[in-house]
Design a protein around this ligand. Structure first.
Ligand code: NAP
Length: 522
């Protein structure tokens, strides 16, 4: 095995590193690739991105940068088969789950290319209309948005090596901001291959895209005040990053997506066997098992009216029993493995913890794995249940990052909303009901503690995009425990990569400044 994932900094591949970390196939245990240790030349590489990369990107208009993104999408679409093969080997995912990451990433990048075309040949965005500040109306104040003067450092999680990169890089590059990506080591291969392909094609100017694989050592020390940092991962690492002097003292702008105890709620109006009931169960099973539950948006807590607890448990268990788990190379496998043995251990530990306050409603581990053994990172789905919700604690605090969800019985809608809030801020909550008034009330109550509220009634049963799917037009992020971040949401994503400044002066000068600007309308 010679596949060493080199770093790309200062417009050059840095060869000759000594292998320090190894990436494995989580099903077979085969070693696939290696990364080096602490990256040399970070400070110089970051300076190169901030100067050469930013200069070239910011000389272009939004439409020109959008064209560049479209070309990158086209290039990578031609290489999808290679990406699917890497995903299968390194993430242990079945084809559909690899698609969520790979095609989801390219779709999101393409979406930002389209939004960018609409911004046209502008270098500046206007934010709102000018405010008149003098009696003669000549002296005015116009808010404008210009790209930040620094770079965007992305420190990403292991579960989305493609989507996690492109959902951030799309808005950043469209804004004219150079990107440095540090993928999670366990699944860095796919990110590395995509970045290498885009770089080799010469689509982006030198310094626009850099990659650091392996150790994160020194990354934050290389940041300067006008840079931005976007992190996806655990709350513990997030806390470390927040306290780093670059963030705490030099005001490096930071966006964090961390743990999230998302809820899915079955409305109290819903009858067993009704369309809304079936939609709830179908989607719960899908969201628990897509990517083996390794999605930050997966519903960890399923809230159902107490009187429907058994009906939902039975229906959900019946569907989970049909999920065949194992090697994604076997065509009958419906759910592949977790990304690593470390994650396998973490899920087992989490299950032990949650079981101290819950009972097991379904445990798929009695079924044999398909073409995989007990040394693989395959985990069967588990549905836990808590009848006495008011006494529960851990289920609202501990995220088990795997195919695990807990059924919680609630008394009435107010109780359900109170339980959802016990997650202390989440990425998403979904509500299933046939009553528009109940849906509207729940949305209003949940919005302050959730970055997204997903309402499902039978009329949108076939067309809704799914509780767990993050669509680029909608906000992704959540307050409190979820990290306090905001990503995507259409053009709103550009906010993070721009500096808003109030320009005060004569309306004549302001007109000159904004004559080829585009409005930032979200
Ligand atoms: P993690 O240990 O926090 O790692 C996330 C990223 O941070 C990786 O790239 C990691 O690099 C890097 N990192 C680790 N220590 C660092 C440090 N001291 N300084 C700078 N970077 C550092 O998280 P994980 O355990 O891999 O991720 C799993 C958890 O993330 C899940 O349990 C889930 O709760 C959360 N998650 C949240 C979301 C979301 O959008 N909300 C999405 C996915 C995952 P290495 O890989 O090289 O260590």
């Amino acid at each position: 095995m010679t596949n060493l994932l080199n770093n790309y900094l200062s417009g050059q591949w840095q060869t000759g590193a000594t292998a320090v970390h190894t990436l494995f196939d989580p099903v077979t245990g085969e070693a696939l690739a290696t990364t080096g240790g602490a990256a040399p030349g970070l400070k110089e590489g970051f300076t190169f991105a901030r100067t050469e990369g930013a200069r070239a990107l910011q000389a272009m208009t939004y439409a020109q940068r959008a064209t560049m993104l479209s070309e990158a999408v086209k290039l990578m679409q031609g290489k999808r088969d290679e990406y699917y093969a890497i995903s299968l080997a390194n993430s242990g995912t079945i084809k559909a789950d690899s698609g969520v990451d790979i095609d989801g990433g390219l779709f999101t990048l393409g979406y930002y290319a389209q939004l960018g075309m609409a911004l046209g040949e502008a270098h500046v965005l206007t934010d709102g209309a000018a405010a008149i500040m003098s009696k003669d109306q000549l002296f005015q104040s116009q808010h404008v948005m210009v790209p930040i003067k620094g770079l965007a450092l992305f420190i990403n999680a292991f579960n989305f090596p493609s989507w996690g990169l492109w959902e951030k890089a799309g808005p950043a590059l469209l804004s004219g901001v150079p990107v440095v990506i540090k993928p999670a080591t366990a699944t860095a291969w796919l990110t590395h291959r995509m970045v290498a392909d885009v770089i080799a094609a010469g689509i982006l100017p030198a310094g626009a895209l850099s990659i650091v694989c392996g150790s994160s050592h020194g990354l934050l020390d290389a940041l300067t005040p006008f840079d931005v940092l976007s992190f996806t991962g655990s709350a513990d690492t997030a806390a470390l990053l927040r306290s780093h002097p670059a963030v705490a003292r030099e005001s490096v702008r930071i966006n964090i997506e961390a743990d999230s105890l998302n809820s899915t709620i079955l409305g109290e109006d819903v009858a067993p066997g009704s369309a809304a009931f079936d939609l709830f169960v179908d989607n719960l099973v899908r969201d628990m098992t897509i990517k083996s539950g390794q999605r930050c948006t997966a519903p960890r807590r399923a809230l159902v009216p107490k009187q429907l607890f058994h009906a939902v448990a039975e229906a959900t268990a019946g569907k989970l029993a049909a999920i065949r788990v194992g090697n994604p190379r076997n065509a009958e496998t419906m759910m592949g493995s977790l990304v690593s043995r470390a994650q396998y251990d973490s899920v087992q530990e989490g299950l032990v913890k949650l079981k101290t306050e819950s009972s097991v409603l379904f445990d798929g581990s009695a079924q044999p794995l398909l073409d995989a053994d007990s040394k693989s990172a395959c985990v069967a789905p588990t549905l836990l249940g808590i009848r006495d919700v008011d006494q529960s604690k851990l289920v609202h605090e501990h995220e088990v990052f795997g195919p695990v969800s807990s059924l919680l019985g609630y008394r009435d809608t107010a109780h359900a909303i109170e339980i959802a809030h016990r997650g202390l801020g989440s990425l998403v909550a979904s509500v299933y009901s046939e009553d528009p008034a109940l849906l509207a009330h729940a949305a209003h109550e949940l919005a302050a503690s959730h970055g997204r509220v997903h309402l499902v009634s039978p009329d949108v049963g076939k067309t809704h995009t799914g509780h767990g799917n993050v669509m680029p037009a909608s906000n992704h992020g959540g307050p409190g425990r979820a990290g306090g971040g905001e990503e995507l949401g259409g053009l709103r994503a550009l906010n993070f990569y721009h500096r808003r400044s109030a320009i005060q002066g004569s309306s004549v000068a302001l007109a000159e400044l904004t004559k080829s600007a585009s409005p930032y309308t979200v």
